[in-house]
Design a protein around this ligand. Sequence first.
Ligand SMILES: [Fe+2]
Ligand SMILES: [Fe+2]
Length: 160
Amino acid sequence: MPTEYDALTMTGSGGAVSFALTKISADKMPETINGESGHHICYVKVLTELIARELTGQTGRYGLDEEKIGQIALASCLHDIGKSRIPQAILEKRGVLTPVEYDIVKKHTTLWGELIDRFGASLDPQIRAFARDVCLFHHERFDGTGYPHGLKGSDIPIWA
Ligand SMILES: [Fe+2]
Ligand SMILES: [Fe+2]
């Protein structure tokens, strides 16, 4: 694993949110990044980059050059930012969520819009577009059983 990461980080969660490119050292991994564990965010970023590169190399189908792969990997750091608008009591609940609670958790995918649309003007437009899809579609499943839209197969953007 790399010893240093470039991560896209979000600060603030209430009235004002901002995004910044942040250097993160594996030795001094922050406990939380974007509301999740620092390790989780960095693992997701590294795996996203590896998978995107393998998919491109093996299939030649997706037209992802190294620049786009880097942008998708950065966007992946933001995948769960919508959770910052979900009550902590639900996110930290031990045991099974009630159907109502689960519906609230599912909203973390669509809440990206408020955050990225309102505060994402400083993001590179392509990263912003990837981040939108990553936030919105990262719980969709190939067989159509995911959420929020139950998209199937290639209807799900490959970077999500
Ligand atoms: Fe999620
Ligand atoms: Fe996550």
